[in-house]
Ligand binder design. Structure first.
Ligand SMILES: [Zn+2]
Length: 195
């Protein structure tokens, strides 16, 4: 069963709003796995090929992959590899571009009575919510510098013009290239907190 299709069928058109899928689609019912007991698992295909909301200010253009959900003594262990498509700003020329990246998920959703075991838990309806987890992971990914294309020339230090569209000599380009894809120091702190 495809998570996306299943939920859209059940929820009707109300899940589509302003051209994106609402974030409640990121909730997965795991009640049946809880009753089956430890050791049981299911692999859930995740197939969002259109814009989906993750938080008030965070949308993904696509989210696909597989998530293996295993009932453990502590709750539900979610393991999987997801592919994310997200529009973000190029760190050199500041233009929005489509960024694709892989996301490895390995997270315990604790039983409600055991919420101290993890930041994530199974709610009273027997559902796990992927949205807070995705938000955290996407923020970490976005804390790394990324460019719209190999060799993006960035903005001119003198005029502020996009050097990709001009013949202007990029004096500062080499220094900027040496910076590589270093993590923004302010966000490095956030990364440490999240690990
Ligand atoms: Zn760029």
């Amino acid at each position: 069963m495809l998570l996306n299709c299943l939920k859209i069928k059940g929820g009707g058109v109300s899940v589509l709003s302003g051209g994106y899928l609402k974030k409640r689609l990121l909730r997965i019912q795991v009640g049946y796995l809880l009753s089956e007991g430890p050791g049981n698992s299911r692999t859930i295909p995740i197939a969002f090929s259109q814009r989906v909301q993750v938080d008030e200010d965070l949308y993904l253009d696509a989210l696909t992959g597989n998530l293996a959900l295993t009932r453990t003594k502590e709750g539900i262990l979610a393991l999987g590899a997801l592919q994310v498509t997200h529009t973000r700003e190029c760190d050199r020329c500041l233009k929005a571009f489509t960024h694709h990246f892989g996301l490895d998920v390995a997270e315990l959703f604790a039983l409600r009575s055991d919420a101290s075991k993890s930041d994530f838990y199974i709610d009273s309806n027997g559902e796990i919510d992927l949205a807070p987890l995705l938000r955290e992971e996407v923020l970490i990914e976005e804390s790394y510098r990324a460019v719209c294309q190999d060799g993006c020339r960035g903005l001119s230090a003198a005029s502020g013009n996009d050097l990709n569209e001009m013949d202007e000599a990029p004096e500062l380009l080499e220094a900027e290239a040496d910076e590589g894809l270093a993590i923004d120091p302010r966000l490095a702190v956030l990364k440490q907190l999240l690990l």
